[in-house]
Write a protein that binds this ligand. Structure first.
Ligand SMILES: Cc1cc2nc3c(=O)[nH]c(=O)nc-3n(C[C@H](O)[C@H](O)[C@H](O)COP(=O)(O)O)c2cc1C
Length: 348
């Protein structure tokens, strides 16, 4: 790919204080988290399905817009990140169209699609000038989504929270970058500013962080969830399809807390059927998901504080010197090139 290609929409880039997205999370993300992320100069993604009705969803969009307008007015120098919406559940076309229209009305620029085929969403959103980012877990999925005309690919790599992938970011991101000139988001396992910088070095435009944002005051979670995030190590995260019939990462302690043995889970009944779980127990609400990034989470802080820390770490990471040997090698390379050129000159 041409190194000079613009892969991130310039308007989006200019509204960010860091190449960072606060990822959508079932039950966890509400308007407070999204508004706080946007007000810190981060893209915030509101999951449509977390609101129980279109009325509630509209009220959330209104509240976020109000907070963002106030933040922009209070400090004109402060970047206010774009508001995005996540669609993760299939709905009838007429309902989808109506809900996307509400998004357009509230100035949503980006729709993050995590449902199967993105074609319908792409057609509707492109009509009003919006952008569609689509979740993928393999390079083959990414190729299909590109054919469908998506503007961005959220590449969910190994170790991520929620329905994680299994491909290493070291392979996934460069492989996608080779064939796609749109926006690439790296999702999975990033908890630090160094991780955000590493995502860029691999070829991503934006880092997509979920688990790290659960550990904030603004996340809609139980104190016990927060405690488990702080106390868990990467090895306390279990990747299994036995909870929701789709492979996902779950906190082992949350499985134990509802009476399940993480090492001998029942066979799942099927998608959307939770009869294999203890009575009344629901994934996401009662069994908690997190990615391997929990290893690097030590405390719960507010979103502003978290983004400030990530910015500091990111800027420090941007100043890391390359391996000293690389300079020597580069010098040696240059010298041999000069020698080659001199040799050529002698022959001509
Ligand atoms: C508790 C939880 C709920 C999630 N729910 C959703 C969701 O509703 N829609 C979606 O597209 N992704 C969902 N995800 C995935 C995130 O958007 C994101 O891809 C992931 O958290 C990135 O990995 P990380 O958690 O390691 O940062 C969820 C993740 C978590 C941890």
């Amino acid at each position: 790919m041409d190194g000079g290609a613009v892969t991130l929409d310039p308007q989006i880039r200019d509204s960010l204080s860091l190449p960072l997205v606060c990822a959508p999370m079932s039950t966890v993300t509400g308007p407070e988290l999204v508004a706080a992320a946007c007000a810190s100069g981060v893209m915030g993604v509101l999951p449509r399905h977390n609101a129980s009705s279109l009325e509630e969803f509209t009220a959330w969009l209104k509240a976020i817009r109000r907070t963002n307008t106030t933040a922009a007015a209070a400090d004109p120098g402060q970047k206010v990140g774009p508001l995005a919406v996540n669609f993760a559940r299939r709905t009838e076309s007429s309902v989808l169209r109506q809900e996307l229209e509400v998004c357009a009305e509230f100035g949503v620029r980006v729709i993050v699609n995590s449902m199967g085929d993105p074609r319908e969403v792409v057609n509707i959103v492109h009509d009003w000038g919006g952008l569609v980012y689509h979740d993928v877990t393999t390079v083959a999925h990414a190729e299909k989504a590109v054919e469908r005309g998506v503007d961005g690919l959220t590449c969910i790599v190994s170790g991520g929270g929620g329905h994680s992938g299994t491909v290493s970011p070291l392979v996934f991101i460069p492989a996608v970058r080779r064939m796609f000139e749109g926006t690439i988001l790296l999702a999975g396992g990033i908890s630090t500013g160094e991780g955000i910088r590493a995502a860029e070095i691999l070829g991503a435009d934006l880092a997509y962080l979920g688990t790290r944002f659960i550990a904030t005051d603004e996340a809609r979670v139980d104190q016990a969830y927060h405690r488990q995030l702080v106390e868990s190590r990467a090895s306390d995260v279990l990747y299994t399809a036995a909870v929701s019939a789709i492979p996902a990462n779950w906190l082992r302690r949350s499985l134990e807390a509802v009476g399940l043995n993480p090492d001998a889970l029942p066979v799942p009944a099927g998608r959307g059927d939770y009869s294999h779980l203890p009575t009344g127990i629901r994934p996401w609400r009662d069994i908690w998901s997190a990615g391997q990034g929990v290893e690097l989470i030590d405390e719960i802080v507010g979103v502003t504080e978290l983004v400030g820390r990530l910015q500091q770490q990111y800027h420090d990471a941007c100043r890391i010197d390359p391996f000293a040997g690389a300079h020597v090698e580069a010098g040696a390379h240059t010298r041999s090139e000069e020698a080659a050129r001199a040799g050529t000159g002698a022959r001509s």
